[in-house]
Design a protein around this ligand. Structure first.
Ligand code: GLU
Length: 447
């Protein structure tokens, strides 16, 4: 009965959101793992909680006009989905990337509900962004775009309502420009309206590193529980943005050897270990490409086909680039090369079939909602610091992050065990994240 109910709701969701394949994928993945929960607690069925959860509380899309350096008027589309506020103000990043559309924003916003719940922090789920492509844009163009974007977004957000942060294409520079514009519009200093801010105006130490470090803390916990550790392991990390850089750094610090990373044009393979400072330097340059790495490290190889990064033999794979970067074929290659563990630093980087391939071949699999939750968890710590007008030391934030990642692991493994899916962290994370939000919604009436 539970299965039929969940299937019926899934059909309604796909019908109501035609063509939104990424959103359907995220919904399918969560719904499938909730069957044993609904079988054990029919109240969730009677309350029709899933159909409510899969429908955003609110979603806005808006025009973002801006003037480029040539004096031409450009137009982009902005989005904000306010998915669920049962546990706290909507919280989630803003993504600036040409692939952004309603489906991408909704899949990210939907997953954010469960991820944020798992952190144990009082935050709801939301997400936003624009199809604006920051690549090749001047600093002035980025600033004018951010200001125009905030001109509209400002009316929808606030420290107690909705607190955006960064994601792909949005880092501390963009957050700074948006914060400045929000402050001008509101006429007051509301530090807690955005997270990932600069340290001079309410940012938190450790926020920049949090997603990458958290990814590796989770991986270390998962390996430890299975009698091993990162020490001496060969690691492949896709991407070379914020998540990837700090995941590489922490993995190396814990004794692993990171041999490859990538960007949208290709990947580098350095058998002797990636020299992370070089990657950072290249990436900090205006539109620096990873291909430049080989000029400085001639023993390394550069390959133009980015998805082939998963053909490199490794013990541990950390997909930290973007959605669906590991398909079934790549997953099978990783398995054939005897990968031991996969930890998702990006959001939904593995297709449903890829996840199945890992799990059915005994690969330890850490799902994105748990693995990459460190970023938003430290965002919540930034909000706490802003509310109390205090700032904590790096060590304090990092210690709290480690504790949070450990708790997320424990709660996920326990939920999986309780609902008959022992060892299945993907199901466990979904279930643990779901229970808190579902119960909060029921307690608050038909919302
Ligand atoms: N974009 C990040 C995520 O996917 C961080 C969101 C935040 O800090 O609000 O979780």
């Amino acid at each position: 009965m539970a299965e039929q109910h969940i299937e019926d709701v899934y059909q309604k969701v796909t019908h109501r959101n035609p063509g939104e394949t990424e959103f359907h994928q995220a919904v399918r993945e969560i719904f499938d793992s909730l069957v044993p929960v609904f079988a054990a607690h029919p109240i969730y069925m009677h309350e029709n909680i899933l159909e409510r959860m899969a429908e955003p509380e609110r979603m806005v899309s808006f025009r973002v006009p801006w003037v480029d350096d040539q004096g031409h008027v450009q137009v982009n589309r902005g989005f904000r989905v306010q998915f669920n506020s049962a546990a706290g103000p909507y919280k989630g990043g803003l993504r600036f990337h040409p692939t952004v559309n309603a489906s991408i924003i909704k899949f990210l916003g939907f997953e954010q509900i469960f991820k944020n719940s798992l952190t144990g922090q009082p935050i709801g789920g939301g997400k936003g962004g624009s199809d604006f492509d920051p690549k090749g844009k001047s600093n002035g163009e980025i600033m004018r775009f951010c200001q125009s974007f905030m001109n509209e977004l400002a009316r929808h957000i606030g420290p107690n309502a909705d607190v955006p942060a960064g994601d792909i294409g949005v880092g501390s520079r963009e957050i700074g420009y948006m914060f400045g514009q929000y402050k001008k519009i509101r006429g007051g200093f509301e530090a807690g309206v955005l997270t990932g801010k600069g340290l001079e105006f309410g940012g938190s130490l450790g926020r920049t590193e949090a997603t990458g470090y958290g990814t590796v803390y989770f991986m270390e916990e998962m390996l430890k529980e299975n009698g091993t550790s990162l020490q001496g392991q060969t690691v492949v990390v896709s991407g070379s943005g914020n998540v990837s850089i700090y995941a590489m750094q922490k993995a190396e610090e814990l004794g692993a050897q990171v041999v490859a990373c990538s960007d949208s044009s290709g990947y580098i393979y350095d058998r002797t270990g990636i020299h992370i400072p070089t990657v950072r330097e290249i990436k900090e340059e205006q539109s620096g490409r990873l291909s430049e790495y080989v000029a400085r490290h001639p023993d390394a190889e550069y390959n133009k086909n980015g998805s082939d990064i998963w053909c490199i033999p490794c013990d541990i794979a950390l997909p930290c680039a973007t959605q669906n970067e590991i398909d079934e074929t790549s997953a099978k290659v990783l398995v054939a090369n005897e990968v031991k563990a996969v930890g998702e630093g990006a959001n939904m980087p593995s297709s449903l079939k890829a996840i199945h391939t890992f799990q059915s071949n005994g690969v330890l699999f850490g799902p994105a909602k748990a693995v990459n939750a460190g970023g938003v968890a430290v965002s919540a710590l930034e909000m706490a610091q802003n509310s109390s007008r205090l700032s904590w030391s790096f060590e304090e934030v990092d210690h709290k992050l480690q504790q949070i990642m450990k708790t997320i692991y424990e709660n996920s493994i326990r939920a999986a065990e309780t609902y008959g899916r022992p060892g299945d962290l993907a199901a466990g994370a979904n279930i643990a994240g779901f229970l808190k939000v579902a119960d909060a919604m029921i307690d608050q009436g038909v919302i």
